[in-house]
Design a protein around this ligand. Structure first.
Ligand code: NCD
Ligand code: ZN
Ligand code: ZN
Length: 351
């Protein structure tokens, strides 16, 4: 239902935490479907994670995937480098290529976890100081990550922060002047552990959904400590998610992130200006992402609908937010002067 014709223009958005599953997980997502989902959701730049199969931990692996991403994607895609126990000493060389490093400190999907303080310190020492070290860190690992930033005087970015104590530790570290930044996901802002019960495996991800007081704490820091909202778009097929044995953690998010935030703005829980900082200005600054001239997203902040307003482009084709009432709709996306999406339809994408 359209109430008036207010129109907003946002800059092209950047999602700095997505899983596009190439190589090795193409049944879940590939560069074409993932980037189409991005455009449908207002994102024109993506940063993709290295927990693929095999994981991306070598110059050759990174270059091959980056070239494939450039050829097949409908928007700009930059790839993180990953690090495994056996590739730590190669980091200075790897750092000449990839724009940022992803380090997994806790158990999640894939097998890139690094354990042991010696190894963590060696990584913080060897990855180029001028490039971001992004952490999957939960609980105590966040504290360890803050110590690494302090000891090695280096930039550290915390992925998907989800708990009250974690966001408060980061706020304190920032107040001390440590060069740290952080992101939160829409699922940790808009869902709680009660939703996890309702959704079953479709509400399971790492970090797990938290309590209402954790969610309230994230919202209390939305205009200050939190630098970015990133979707952690982590598609797995419905069959994989509904498997009896060990369904993989992760939920898709590229197509729901902006709608959820627009709805929160319509409810006056966040300003439209802050959404632009969280989804464009800050992630672009943190990761030094190149400019995209003549690139914007047109939004009708007043249009209401039931999510999604289009057939999902993500190959996994489900969402934990199905059926949510949303006020605020993406009308049009223009990338480098060319209309790439309109009314939920991504041009150049044959289903
Ligand atoms: C992610 C995935 O599926 O790759 N899963 C998740 O639950 N978030 C991995 C990750 O981001 O930790
Ligand atoms: Zn993670
Ligand atoms: Zn992730």
């Amino acid at each position: 239902m359209k109430t008036n014709n207010r129109l907003m223009k946002f800059p092209g958005l950047a999602d700095v935490h997505v899983h596009l599953r190439v190589p090795g997980g193409e049944q879940k997502e590939d560069y074409r479907t993932g980037s189409a989902a991005a455009l449908a959701g207002g994102f024109t730049t993506l940063m993709a994670m290295p927990n693929t199969n095999p994981p991306i931990t070598t110059v050759e692996g990174w270059q091959a995937a980056q070239e494939k991403a450039a050829n097949e994607s409908l928007c700009d895609v930059a790839l993180f480098m990953g690090v495994s126990m056996s590739s730590i000493e190669n980091l200075p060389e790897l750092g000449k290529f990839a724009p940022a490093l992803k380090l997994y400190m806790d158990l999640t999907f894939g097998d890139l976890r690094i354990e042991g303080m010696d190894n963590l310190e060696r990584i913080a020492e060897l990855w180029p100081r001028g490039k971001v070290l992004a952490l999957h860190a939960e609980g105590e690992s966040v504290r360890t990550g803050l110590k690494l930033a302090e000891k090695f005087h280096r930039r550290v970015h915390f992925c998907h922060i989800s708990r009250k104590d974690e966001i408060e530790w980061i706020a304190a570290a920032k107040a001390q002047g440590l060069p740290v930044t952080c992101e939160v996901t829409p699922h940790h802002l808009f869902l709680t552990e009660a939703d996890a019960v309702r959704l079953g495996s479709l509400g399971d991800m790492r970090p797990r959904l938290a309590s209402q007081s954790d969610v309230d704490a994230l919202w209390a820091h939305i205009n200050t400590t939190i630098d970015c909202v990133a979707s952690d778009h982590a598609p797995h097929t419905l069959a994989e998610k509904q498997a009896m044995l060990n369904p993989p953690p992760g939920v898709p998010g590229l197509e729901s992130t902006l709608p959820l935030l627009l709805n929160a703005a319509a409810e006056k829980r966040i300003s439209y200006e802050r959404i632009i900082s969280l989804l464009s200005t800050n992630p672009r600054r943190i990761y030094s992402l190149p400019e995209q001239p003549d690139t914007w997203v047109e939004i009708d902040p007043d249009e209401s609908y039931e999510f999604p307003d289009h057939a999902l482009y993500t190959k996994c084709a489900w969402s934990p937010f199905l059926g949510m009432h949303i006020k605020g709709r993406i009308l049009r996306v223009v990338l480098r002067g060319k209309e790439v999406a309109r009314d939920g339809l991504v041009h150049d994408f044959a289903r």
